[in-house]
Design a binder for this molecule. Structure first.
Ligand SMILES: [Zn+2]
Length: 56
């Protein structure tokens, strides 16, 4: 499993996304970022998020 803490991405947010793969995680990060934080996950931002993914 992979996980990505929203806080690590610079948000004051306790959400931790989990997925089987990094791509699965990023599929979840898009809607979360849009619905909760009102931002779009651009390709640049997605590349940055990939560097923050940890093994869970
Ligand atoms: Zn968040």
């Amino acid at each position: 499993m992979k996980e990505l803490s929203c806080r690590d991405a610079g948000f004051d947010c306790d959400t931790v996304l989990r997925g089987e793969t990094v791509d699965d995680l990023l599929d979840q990060a898009g809607p979360h970022a849009k619905q909760v934080h009102g931002i779009e996950v651009t390709p640049d931002r997605a590349a940055q998020l990939r560097t923050l993914v940890r093994d869970a």
